[in-house]
Design a protein around this ligand. Structure first.
Ligand SMILES: [Zn+2]
Length: 251
């Protein structure tokens, strides 16, 4: 399984917790001995335009560093999705995150909707007909939901629950529905961890979630699965949480 990463993701392209200095380094350290890293190319403008309006793209372009890093994050998502067709799962260790980016607006540390851009490209190229997006970030991915609002082909699933047990049961039940998809994409935010903003999940829960996604993908989408980093803000636990998820997610 490959991890998609680019040195430019280290850049401090904005003043927000997702862009904070020192956020990517501990994740890289946790993963670099266990996984092969590959470098993506930036997404092309036509890739961005499958999701975003030209005015929105132009507004991000006004900040050249932000545009460069955000385009590389979208390109990382595209590469992760494409690698799944070579018979291996992939994880995009990317930033800025994307799930709060709607077609014509964005907020919440997001600029381009990475997962939506990757899925739209697969649909446009007719590599898949249907996709499931599981988003286990603490926050609802309004941008992803808005992008695919009314779509019969792309299902967005953001599990909920009042406590750890009910949350995990809800997530697992959502993956138990028997429908077939071309791929499952995971918006992997780690801000629901007990030592992060959400204060709920334990590190080992991410491994369980990874395993459930793996099992789902083998049953419902020929094993095709990729994950993308969304939130997660406690630098002292992020590395081990991402690693835990990938240990369940990999083959
Ligand atoms: Zn979040």
């Amino acid at each position: 399984m490959k991890v998609i990463f680019h040195e430019k993701y280290y850049e401090h392209y904005a003043h927000d917790p997702a862009a904070a200095p020192g956020r990517m380094e501990p994740i890289v350290r946790a993963l670099e001995n266990e996984f092969e890293f590959v470098e993506p190319a930036a997404a092309l403008e036509r890739d961005l335009e499958r999701v975003h309006g030209r005015e929105h793209i132009r507004s991000i372009k006004g900040d050249s560093l932000l545009f460069e890093v955000a385009s590389l994050a979208a390109g990382g998502a595209i590469l992760a999705a494409e690698l799944t067709f070579q018979g291996q799962p992939a994880f995009g260790l990317i930033r800025p995150p994307g799930h709060h980016a709607s077609p014509d607006s964005c907020w919440g540390f997001c600029y381009f909707n990475n997962v939506a851009i990757a899925i739209k490209k697969l649909l446009a190229e007719k590599k898949i007909e249907r996709a499931l997006i599981l988003d286990f970030d603490l926050h609802y991915g309004d941008g992803t939901a808005n992008t695919f609002n009314g779509s019969k082909d792309v299902h967005y699933f953001h599990p909920s629950g009042d406590n750890r047990d009910s949350y995990l049961k809800n997530l697992q039940a959502g993956l138990g529905k028997e429908r077939t998809y071309g791929i499952i994409a995971v918006s992997a935010g780690f801000d629901r961890h007990e030592d992060d903003w959400g204060g709920l999940l334990k590190t080992e829960d991410y491994r369980s979630i990874g395993q459930w996604v793996r099992e789902f993908s083998l049953e419902s989408c020929q094993g095709r699965r990729f994950g993308l980093l969304e939130g997660g803000y406690n630098h002292s636990v992020l590395g081990r949480n991402v690693k835990s998820f990938l240990q369940g997610f990999r083959d």
